[in-house]
Design a protein. Structure first.
Length: 222
């Protein structure tokens, strides 16, 4: 009996020690929320929300080819096609604000409406003074809308083997502008992208009145 009692006491003591060791190890183990994988996941979900607006805005400035009118006031990007009547109406609306020093517009030529859009946009872009070329094109479009006659816009040669290097370069830049719209899933014109003082980038699709633009200006970053 004495031997049996001794064995039971020893077994009880060993089990007690094992329980203490398991408990101590459990207290030292880090909680799941502080593991490397959890920390990385949390960082991945919060970082884009903080950086999307500024990063995308900066990338647009480097990636897109545009014609800038104005040097004062907040900047907006206006995606325009020579065969888009509403694009012309917005151009006229923005012109007053540009002249008054209230707005800077970066016109991004794209070619998505008609086959003639590409050679017309390339003709504007490859000019030595693209601002003057854009203004002339918009004047022709305006005259066309008033008279009902087709606009007589210059077209760059885009036939295979006949295009100059200047035209080829212009077409590639316009294709890159087109690609950007596809990437942000936009397939209608006109489009305005702006950087607000707070929050993510804003996108306006369709015609915008001068009253709407004036209401938007105070909300934009300078």
């Amino acid at each position: 009996m004495a031997n049996i009692s001794t064995v039971l006491i020893v077994r009880f003591f060993l089990v007690f020690i094992a329980v203490l060791l398991i408990s101590a190890c459990a207290k030292k183990a880090p909680p799941a929320s502080t593991s490397p994988n959890s920390a990385t996941a949390a960082e991945d979900t919060t970082t884009p929300n903080k950086m999307t607006a500024s990063k995308l805005w900066n990338r647009m400035g480097k990636r897109l080819t545009f014609i800038q009118e104005g040097h004062h006031g907040p900047i907006i990007y206006d995606f325009t096609d020579t065969n888009c009547p509403y694009c012309h109406l917005i151009y006229v609306t923005e012109a007053d604000l540009i002249r008054e020093g209230k707005l800077t517009v970066r016109y991004v030529p794209v070619a998505i409406i008609k086959p003639s859009s590409m050679p017309e946009a390339a003709a504007i872009l490859q000019e030595g003074n693209p601002i003057a070329a854009l203004q002339h094109a918009e004047q022709e479009i305006g005259n066309s809308m008033t008279s009902g006659k087709p606009a007589n816009l210059p077209q760059a040669t885009d036939a295979i083997g006949a295009a100059t290097q200047k035209t080829i370069t212009a077409i590639k830049k316009i294709e890159e502008n087109n690609k950007f719209l596809q990437e942000i899933d936009v397939n209608e014109l006109p489009d305005i992208i702006y950087l607000p003082k707070k929050g993510k980038l804003g996108l306006i699709t369709g015609f915008v009145s001068q009253k709407q633009l004036l209401a938007l200006l105070p909300k934009l970053q300078q």
